[in-house]
Design a protein around this ligand. Structure first.
Ligand code: SAM
Length: 217
């Protein structure tokens, strides 16, 4: 990540030095397809296709959601929607372990291969329906959903530890917002931090697979 991109992120409110540092350490070009590896495309403001009608989020969206998680090196994190693996790689720089779930097998395998080639060994890849979470390793200190959910999935909230934070794009009244959800004394405290435009979370506690895509990309 060059200084111009870092400055642009800072001007948009990405003030966490740790997040900017983590973004600087992960070679984003490795997670995008060949035609998008130019600096302008790769680090630009648009999400990019990664195959299977799915996308890698823009670096700003990744930075914003990562910052909202308020991570520390002790944290165990669950990510729903591995996609390219870029977000998981960024998270891995800021916490102790990442469990990432992807419903599309090919994407999970490809992400795993790129992340392992970067000598990152704290990410566990799970293939399946992340809308039900992954109880085996719960509770998680942080949960990040990188696909739009019709509601805050209670199954995932239940797998969040006390004092934990979940960040998720949620659809309300036809538009998406990134929500930051805290668990305080077992209760859910939620606030919206930015509009969003994610692909849909498909699964038992998400949208039905046959629902036509209404989200933009
Ligand atoms: N975090 C990804 C990255 O860094 O490239 C981008 C995620 S992409 C916007 C959303 C991903 O969520 C897609 O790869 C999609 O297949 C996946 N997805 C959708 N529903 C899912 C579900 N129920 N469980 C797991 N993954 C799901």
């Amino acid at each position: 990540m060059n200084a111009k991109i870092a400055d642009s992120l800072k001007s948009k409110g990405i003030t966490s030095a740790a997040v900017l540092d983590a973004l600087g350490k992960i070679p984003r070009e490795r997670f995008v397809e060949q035609p998008f590896r130019t600096s302008d495309m790769c680090w630009g403001e648009s999400p990019l296709p990664i195959g299977h009608n799915q996308t890698i989020s823009s670096v700003y969206t990744v930075a914003l959601m990562t910052q909202a998680l308020d991570l520390n090196k002790e944290h165990k994190v669950l990510e729903i929607g591995t996609g390219s693996g870029y977000q998981a790689a960024v998270l891995s720089q800021l916490c102790s372990s990442v469990f990432t779930i992807e419903r599309i097998r090919d994407l999970s395998l490809k992400a795993r291969s790129v992340i392992e080639s970067l000598n990152i060994h704290t990410v566990t890849f799970i293939i399946g329906d992340g809308s039900i979470g992954f109880g085996e390793y719960s509770p998680y200190d942080r949960i990040l959903i990188t696909a739009c959910s019709p509601d805050i999935p209670s199954s995932l909230f239940n797998q969040l530890g006390e004092g934990g934070i979940m960040v998720a794009p949620v659809e309300r009244n036809g538009s998406q917002n990134i929500c930051v959800i805290e668990k305080k004394n077992g209760a859910m405290l939620s606030k919206e931090i930015a509009p969003a435009n994610f692909v849909k979370l498909i699964g038992k506690n998400g949208y039905e697979a046959q629902t036509p895509q209404r989200c933009g990309f």
